[in-house]
Design a protein around this ligand. Sequence first.
Ligand code: AMP
Ligand code: TRP
Length: 331
Amino acid sequence: MEKKKVFSGIQPSGALTIGNYIGALKNFASLQDEYDCFYCIVDLHAITVPQIPKDLRKRSLDVLALYIASGINPEKSTLFIQSHVPAHSELSWVLSTITYMGQLNRMTQYKEKTKKSEENLNAGLFTYPILMASDILLYQADFVPVGDDQKQHLELARDLADRFNNRYSETFKVPEGLINKFGARIMSLQNPETKMSKSDDDENAYILLLDDSDTIRRKIKRAVTDSEGVVAYRDEQPGLKNLLNIYSVFSNEDVESIVRKYDGIGYGMFKEDLAEVVVEGLKPIREKYYQLTSSKDYLEDVYKKGAEKASYFSGKTLRKVYKKVGFIQRA
Ligand code: AMP
Ligand code: TRP
């Protein structure tokens, strides 16, 4: 029996944070035995905000190295760079003709980004979710592991698949999200009301996967908590709740037993232990990453093979789509 398919992508638009790791990356490796997985470095998405070309090139390789460092095996899963597979842009155009302006207007991420960068209101920022839908639908993905912030985009992908299928006959698999119960939204360490993001101006707001151990300790020490002085997991203490989620993910302990452990002990000790748990958790990833970035030939071989495999699968879907909408088959 053919394995079900998984697709996900990460933008090479900045150094990855533990939010990306917990919400998405960490789960990718664990899916690769059961499913046929495609993990993409979505560089086409990244240029919807201004990028320095040389940095974008470096970061794209960084994301590839981090995929592998976090346990994804390129012999099992397909790792590739979005711009290497033209079918993504091509399907995106076709799907844009069945997407309503109103749907895109309602996208939270778009609304937030336009608030932030009013001087760069480009059309790509608006049509971005159509490209994401194309990524997913091209591979006939059954499941899409993402963080909570991508729910709305995923809903659009499902909607477009349905609409196309209804209009032109069954073509696309309608994908399901795989969103963790815990850690699907890791919050800023400085403002637990907002999402931890690699584009935050305050570097104390996030921990990067490649932060060194002392930086991690310092950032956790400075993390905003509250004046209750009691380690508890509740909405009224959002800073602490976030730190407990992080602790739980990195230690594989459930939140209740962590809370019990720090009963009657102040935040200082809790934060010190948390820092060590995170430092230990990230160390192997960082070490593997540095090993990989010094073997450029290996990385090139991985993304080359990945693009070939991805082109094969996505090409099949795109040819069906072109035929159904009435394009003459290429001679
Ligand atoms: P991006 O960096 O925007 O390409 O996001 C890559 C993946 O990380 C997506 O699946 C996001 O949902 C996930 N992600 C990003 N930030 C967070 C966060 N703070 N908490 C949980 N997941 C996140
Ligand atoms: N939009 C996603 C994000 O910002 C990245 C992404 C692009 C993606 N294409 C995708 C995620 C396809 C999952 C599937 O996080």
